[in-house]
Design a binder for this molecule. Structure first.
Ligand code: RTP
Ligand code: MG
Length: 147
């Protein structure tokens, strides 16, 4: 069973999309393992987005992601890493397919509503940045036999 790190960015929190986004992943059949509303420090943001530190948009990205609370989550399920990325849509919301989260709710690449881990290695690294082991809830849901 796979786990991924998903984070509703400050624009998604400000626009009251937490419930809608959590609902999509619940209805899809994934299991919520951990969640919290938190404001990233500059240091945490730079660690989380470390792979982009040489990119021209890095400063803007760090300043945006620390500009207000984010909703940090860990989700579990079969192929949840890649399926969550499909449900999110492409990075640029202007090009993301309708029906995806970014396609339905975003306009600009710099404010694209949600982050999701892009590989098992990223997921493990990012979950450890935001959650302690004891904050991760391991439990069974009976509905899982249907999905
Ligand atoms: P994320 O990491 O946030 O889930 O997004 P992603 O994998 O789809 O995209 P990634 O390549 O990892 O880029 C990280 C975030 O940087 C911002 N970005 N801005 N101004 C630009 O050209 C530009 N390109 C990327 C986006 O907000 C993207 O989510
Ligand atoms: Mg990324």
């Amino acid at each position: 069973m796979e786990r991924t790190y998903l984070m509703i960015k400050p624009d998604g929190v400000q626009r009251n999309l937490i419930g809608e986004i959590v609902s999509r992943f619940e209805k899809k059949g994934f299991t919520l393992v951990a969640a919290k509303l938190t404001t990233l420090s500059k240091e945490t943001a730079e660690t989380h987005y470390g792979e982009h530190k040489e990119r021209p948009f890095f400063g803007e990205l760090v300043s945006f992601i620390t500009s207000g609370p984010v909703f940090a989550m860990v989700w579990e399920g079969n192929n949840v890493i890649s399926t969550a990325r499909t449900m999110m849509g492409t990075t640029n919301p202007a090009e993301a397919a309708p029906g995806t989260i970014r396609g339905d709710y975003g306009v600009q690449v710099s404010m694209n509503v949600i982050h999701g881990s892009d590989s098992p290695e990223s997921a493990e690294r990012e979950i450890a940045i935001f959650f302690k082991e004891e904050e991760l809830n391991t439990y069974e849901k009976n509905v899982n036999k249907w999905v």
